[in-house]
Ligand binder design. Structure first.
Ligand SMILES: [Zn+2]
Length: 181
């Protein structure tokens, strides 16, 4: 990933912070250190796999802690969003493959209500992109318009704000226009 000046400064900042002694009993300090280094790992990973793994971890930060993080603007929203989606695709690849094989006859294999509940459970009943709670809508990982199926492996929860605003805008603009970014 080609780093912007802002990102390079951020990495220098984290490297300096890492030289300081931290109190491992101070939960806030530990949280800050982990997040800083997770963001650093995301920005500096040389292999795509590593970057996607870091993106996956970033997407799993509990909604409760998301709004405490003030450094989202150091990440590029478009890339992060694509990496999060890719991490979900990789995780689901075998799953989608087996589903397609089972229904090779073209039969529509729709997600069940129970599967949607499981998906919500998996994402902590929060939006997969911004972590907001509340009413969730379906978001296709592989776009419906490009043949993505309405099956469990291809559906993640998105809050109405993310899902609606996303459709109206270019994806890059969309992520950056969100308040959490
Ligand atoms: Zn959202």
């Amino acid at each position: 990933m080609k780093l912007t000046i802002k990102q390079q400064r951020f990495i220098e900042y984290v490297d300096n912070e890492n030289k300081k002694k931290i109190d491992i009993h101070d939960v806030n300090e530990m949280f800050k250190t982990i997040i800083l280094n997770l963001f650093r790992a995301y920005l500096t990973s040389e292999k795509d796999d590593d970057r996607i793994e870091a993106a996956s971890l970033i997407s799993r930060i509990h909604p409760k802690y998301r709004n405490k993080i003030k450094i989202w603007d150091v990440l590029d929203g478009t890339t992060l969003r694509e990496d999060i989606k890719e991490s979900i695709r990789i995780k689901n690849r075998t799953n989608i493959h087996s589903q397609k094989n089972r229904h090779g006859n073209g039969e529509f294999d729709s997600m069940t209500y129970e599967e949607w509940e499981e998906t919500l459970e998996h994402f902590g009943h929060a939006c997969a992109y911004c972590g907001a709670k509340g009413k969730m809508s379906f978001d296709h990982v592989h776009p419906f318009s490009k043949g993505g199926d309405f099956i469990k492996a291809n559906i993640i929860p998105a809050c109405l704000s993310c899902n609606c605003s996303k459709q109206a805008h270019d994806i890059g603009e969309w992520y950056q226009s969100k308040s959490f970014f």
